[in-house]
Design a protein around this ligand. Structure first.
Ligand code: SF4
Length: 217
């Protein structure tokens, strides 16, 4: 049987979500729905349906040159069987490190991770909290936790266990075939709205997928 998975997008290279040139995999569907999320376009479940085999085929040409794989969303653990099957397939194909972002608290997912072979090298847990400060690398709010799960994870991610600096203030810019532009990275509060205002002042338009019910801090 071919396992299905709902994805928002895949991209290579991504350079702002972990060390090196990385394959980015964004899951589609999030039941956590943090107030202030910047990725509301990934909340709806049931879109972007594909199969694990098709995803692996699409990613395979990048595996020989990728330093790592970053899985984000959406919420990867809302499709946890597909997530672990995909990670197992990728683990068998590459020595690249695997980083996962989840909005679930560590306490609710740690058993699911530790009861399986070590497929995740590092994981950022806990829901985004717009009322928290944002001073830590790889994290959108300071309640989020970076867990290094393997020796490879410690080697690759120990240097991210720090406060943010200027090197963290960057985005990857991706262009779709239909002309849409996507940004990847961890923005500071209000970055997307500032960018939208700058572009609009210059006569361009930018749609942002940020939760507009909450003001940027
Ligand atoms: S920040 Fe992540 S976990 Fe929270 S609503 Fe957005 S996609 Fe879901």
């Amino acid at each position: 049987m071919t396992t299905t998975v709902n994805l928002s997008r895949i991209h290579f290279p991504v350079t702002t979500l972990g060390p090196g040139r990385r394959i980015g995999i964004w899951f589609q569907g999030c039941s956590i729905r943090c107030p202030g999320c910047i990725s509301m376009d990934t909340w709806t479940h049931g879109r972007g349906t594909t199969t694990i085999a098709e995803v692996v085929d699409a990613i395979s040409p990048w595996l020989s040159t990728a330093d790592g794989i970053t899985v984000s969303g959406g919420e990867p653990f809302d499709q946890r069987e597909a997530l672990f099957e995909l990670l197992a397939r990728l683990r068998a194909l590459t020595a690249a490190d695997i980083l996962v972002f989840t909005g679930y608290p560590w306490i609710t997912i740690s058993e699911a991770i530790s009861s399986r072979p070590p497929l995740i090298d590092a994981i950022v847990t806990e829901p985004f909290d717009i009322d928290e400060r944002q001073t830590l690398a790889l994290r959108g709010s300071d309640n989020q936790q970076l867990h290094m799960m393997t020796p490879l994870g410690r080697a690759r991610f120990e240097s991210f266990d720090r406060t943010i600096d200027e090197s963290d203030r960057s985005f990857d810019v991706m262009f779709d075939e239909n002309g849409d532009v996507w940004l990847a990275g961890i923005p500071a509060r209000g970055d997307f709205r500032r960018l939208r205002n700058i572009l609009e002042d210059g006569g361009s338009t930018l749609g942002i997928s940020e939760d507009k019910r909450f003001p940027s801090h």
